[in-house]
Design a protein. Structure first.
Lengths: 332, 308
């Protein structure tokens, strides 16, 4: 039994984000992209929740909706007992001190016209965290050293750095306000493998040092396995499986998660593995399949899969699967 | 020299000799020299503009003759040792009129292009960043302004406001506004989609801060080009307003005025009457373009290199 009761930091309830496709006379709504469709999960204090899935499955949209960089269509985001989705502009800006983000592209996420010092110092300035310029610069130096850069980098511009260094600057910027939660949106995807490892290690060190909580959005399954406490798998705007990282990688239950994980390359040329090759393409999120989103490509499907909306069901402690066949609700 | 007994190396002593402020001042001058070497054309532009400013300010002390009272004994006098650049139909010294005329032309040129670009860019940035209704309304107003030929719009404004230097500046700034707004807006639309703007929002920056600190500096290059390009146009169009009676009135000198009206019909008989003001306008426009380019390069961190 777990003796430590994990404390929940962030709860997402029935989050939905539809993007309208407009056209024709008077810009009428012609169709909707169901980017995130009824997603609920929870992030515990101090953990790293990995969020994986193919491109276009809505993982980045989920991350952005939490920070309200994109306004969710419906649903609620609760952070430390506060309904983030209901906050007005001012309180929302205030809350940004608590939730920060690290962006995918280290090249476009830093303002090319600002020095490193002003990029990192901006958050301090905006939130009035440091009295005066001197204190701010001191804090910037401190942050630079925390992420493995040094004070001599302060006056430089982003284009003078390599991708990995830029991502460290992005991390320092996120850390500046002492946030509790950091959403890492594909934070290492754009980096070389060797640099990826450095940045992942840095993130882990920082988590330990500052007691950070991460939502780690990625499509690289091995990185996610390495860093995550729990992992959620998304498919077409829905979470299909949510489980502790180790458990998921050893024993995936949802047929999509199974197929996805079987695609992870194993660094052993002699290893023989069965790869599950999915047929067809991901259906369009404009017109997602009815019932289980995955039924069009699923080997286990039964007729009712196209009608029954799937709900996450706990199959073993902490392991949730949204598949009526695998959870035994319907006989295969 | 006395033999030093255990005195530490001179490094500290050296520093003590130089007063505190000296290295800073020398550093700044040094930097100015470095910039001039790297942008000789920009330095030339700055020099010319500065000269025009000095001449305009010091006109009463520099001008050899009165710009308004002519010498009736010397009508249409070609350039000579007395009248360096010749005289016009009223016997007025061209050089003196150029020197006094620099006041109006400089103020109109700089004033109109700056005012037009500042107002236009602000509208364009807010409209582009905000989007929605603010954008639609601003854009339609700009479209309406585009519908008028530049000069007609300026003329209409000048006619409504009445002739005065200040009103001429406002009138000439008017047609620049929609052009600057368009360009600013299109840059903003591109910028809005970039990750660093989203990052600024995630950081907790206010919209105003994002527009001023992140959007504006990144739209600076095209705006600067607009400003320098329309500076020349404003100087020339000021002449047109003058000619149509909506601007500066004879006998007050302005470069544009000196080139317009009756002067053009005399171009073959007494070419110096139009050539020299034309050259003056040309020099000012060239100088502002060169300086504009240099400033754009200086503001772009990617074009900066550390020189030892």
């Amino acid at each position: 039994m777990n003796t430590v009761v994990a404390q929940s930091l962030l709860q997402i309830r029935n989050l939905k984000k539809y993007f309208s496709i407009r056209g024709g006379v008077f810009s009428r709504e012609k169709a909707r992209v169901h980017a995130v469709d009824d997603v609920s999960f929870e992030i515990m204090k101090g953990e790293t929740l990995g969020l994986v899935g193919e491109s276009g499955c809505g993982k980045s949209t989920t991350g952005r909706a939490i920070l309200r960089l994109i306004e969710p269509t419906s649903g609620e985001v609760w952070f430390q007992g506060e309904n983030v989705t209901k906050l007005d502009k001012r309180s929302m800006r205030h809350l940004r001190k608590e939730i920060q983000m690290i962006f995918q592209d280290p090249y476009s996420s830093l303002d090319p016209r600002m020095t490193v010092s002003s990029i990192i110092g901006e958050a301090l300035l905006v939130h009035g965290l440091t009295p005066g310029r001197k204190a701010r610069e001191q804090r910037v130096v401190e942050l630079l050293e925390t992420v493995g850069l040094s004070s001599e980098h302060m006056g430089r511009y982003p284009h003078e750095f390599s991708g990995g260094q830029r991502q460290r600057i992005g991390i320092a910027r996120a850390l500046a306000v002492n946030p509790k939660l950091i959403v890492c949106d594909e934070a290492v995807s754009a980096l070389d493998v060797s640099v990826q490892a450095q940045v992942v290690n840095l993130l882990e060190d920082l988590q330990e040092k500052f007691g950070l909580t991460y939502l780690f959005i990625a499509h690289d399954l091995s990185v996610v396995e390495h860093i995550s406490t729990r992992v959620a798998v998304m498919y077409l705007g829905k979470i299909v499986e949510l489980a502790p990282a180790k458990e998921l990688y050893v024993n995936p239950r949802h047929p999509y998660a199974e197929a996805l994980l079987s695609a992870v390359p194993v660094p052993d040329p002699t290893a023989k593995r069965e790869r599950i090759i999915l047929e067809g393409d991901v259906p369009s999120p404009v017109n997602p399949p009815s019932g289980c989103r995955f039924h069009t490509r699923c080997a286990l499907r039964v007729p009712s899969c196209s009608q029954n909306e799937q709900v996450l069901t706990e199959v073993s402690p902490g392991h949730w699967v949204a598949c009526q066949v695998r959870t035994g609700a319907v006989a295969a | 020299m006395t033999t030093s007994v255990g005195v530490p190396a001179a490094a500290d002593g050296d520093r003590a000799i130089v007063p505190d402020s000296a290295p800073v001042r020398r550093g700044r001058l040094h930097a100015l020299g470095r910039i001039s070497r790297r942008h000789p054309l920009g330095a030339f532009g700055a020099f010319v503009l500065l000269t025009i400013v000095v001449v305009a300010v010091g006109a009463p002390y520099i001008a050899p003759f009165d710009p308004i009272e002519g010498d009736t004994a010397a009508l249409f006098s070609p350039p000579s040792s007395t009248y360096w650049l010749g005289t016009d139909a009223f016997g007025r010294d061209i050089l003196s009129r150029l020197i006094y005329g620099a006041r109006v032309s400089l103020m109109v040129g700089l004033g109109a292009s700056l005012l037009g670009v500042v107002v236009g860019a602000s509208l364009g940035i807010v409209a582009g960043y905000r989007g929605g209704w603010a954008d639609i309304i601003t854009q339609r107003v700009m479209d309406a302004m585009f519908a008028f030929p530049m000069l007609l719009l300026a003329l209409a404004m000048a006619a409504v406001l009445g002739p005065s230097l200040q009103n001429v500046i406002i009138a000439l700034a008017m047609p620049i506004v929609p052009r600057a707004a368009r360009i600013a807006r299109s840059s903003v639309l591109v910028l809005k989609a970039t990750a660093f703007i989203e990052a600024a929002r995630a950081t907790g920056c206010s919209d105003l801060r994002i527009m001023v600190r992140h959007v504006l500096p990144n739209t600076f290059a095209p705006l600067l080009i607009i400003a320098t390009a329309y500076l020349g146009l404003a100087v020339v169009q000021e002449a047109a307003l003058d000619y149509l009676g909506a601007g500066i009135q004879e006998p007050e000198p302005s470069w544009g005025l000196m080139m317009s009206g009756a002067a053009t019909s005399l171009a073959l008989v007494a070419p110096w009457i139009v050539i020299f003001p034309g050259l003056a306008i040309f020099l000012m426009v060239l100088a502002s373009n060169l300086l504009g380019d240099a400033i754009r390069d200086l503001l772009d961190p990617k074009l900066q290199r550390d020189y030892p």
